[in-house]
Write a protein that binds this ligand. Structure first.
Ligand SMILES: [Zn+2]
Ligand SMILES: [Zn+2]
Length: 124
């Protein structure tokens, strides 16, 4: 299976091969601030499965020992890569071409969740 996606303006495009290792909805304050959204859904894939096919994203180091990437033109958050698991990379579900197919199955950092954001309770 091949998953495709990219940023809003089209400057950065990627493909990801295979089934995601996990699908999460992250409530952490770091994701919240970086994205400007109340929570961020992610799929995790092996780093070798991700290929940039158009453009290159900008890399940003966070204080959570991780690198985030985003489009340098339009700002769409694209990936997250934690130093503790360098063989994996997380991709924002919102940047996928088919986000409907990748519903999260678990919440992450639910202790940091905003009280008005619903939890993913249904495991698919
Ligand atoms: Zn863009
Ligand atoms: Zn997060």
């Amino acid at each position: 299976m091949e998953t495709t996606g990219g940023c809003h303006c089209g400057a950065v495009r990627y493909t990801a091969q295979g089934e995601p290792l996990q699908r999460t909805n992250c409530h952490c304050g770091n994701c919240r601030r970086v994205s400007g959204a109340q929570a961020v859904a992610w799929i995790t894939v092996p780093v070798t499965a991700l290929t940039w096919v158009r453009g290159e994203p900008v890399r940003y180091r966070t204080d959570t020992q991780a690198a985030r990437t985003f489009c340098g033109v339009c700002g769409t958050p694209l990936t997250y890569q934690n130093d503790g698991r360098p063989e994996q990379v997380d991709i924002t579900v919102g940047s996928l071409d088919n986000p409907e197919a990748f519903a999260p199955t678990q919440g992450f950092y639910v202790d940091e969740r905003l009280s008005w954001v619903p939890l993913v309770t249904e495991v698919r």
